[in-house]
Design a protein around this ligand. Sequence first.
Ligand code: ATP
Ligand code: MG
Length: 192
Amino acid sequence: MGGTFDPIHHGHLVAASEAQAWFDLDEVVFVPTGQPWQKAAREVTSAEHRYLMTVIATASNPRFQVSRVDVDRDGPTYTIDTLRELSASLPDADLYFITGADALTEIFTWRDAADLFDLAHFVGCTRPGYEMNAASLEGIPADRVTILEIPALAISSTDCRQRTSAGQPVWYLVPDGVVQYISKHHLYGTQE
Ligand code: ATP
Ligand code: MG
């Protein structure tokens, strides 16, 4: 599951857990982006902070892992590079790439989009506020994509950042350890 995870929240964790259970996956690897190229317009928190929040949020689940492949690769993060690197290091694995509806409908804007489906099966998780319809999936080989209905959690990292900078709580939107990490490192303009 790729993401900026700025910060990781319960929407990400529920989507990962549902995909793990549905496909009986051995593990879900969370891959925080290095420099997300779609988000060049805004200041993204340092990769190290986002990586550590992802580790904290996933630590208690034995099936959840976090990979540094994108954090450690220089330059903007492209999913095609992520998948090539993961499939080289796990040659026997069947890879599933877990995304939300918003990300999946943009997939054809991603670099080397046509090659993505050779490397992984794509899982599009429903997300409140985003529609996924036949038109948005057009062009994706039908046997390489599954739409997965997720219990709706209208949580976004953008909202978590805005709430924090406005002094509003993010308790229960993100894991407790992430609330504490945000406060300890004064992320998102935390008010003291
Ligand atoms: P931002 O608001 O900064 O874009 P975000 O909440 O969308 O943050 P990302 O790190 O951009 O989080 O998302 C990583 C992946 O998780 C994407 O594929 C996204 O679609 C999916 N995702 C994020 N939130 C949810 C949610 N509440 N339900 C289902 N999928 C989600
Ligand atoms: Mg997003």
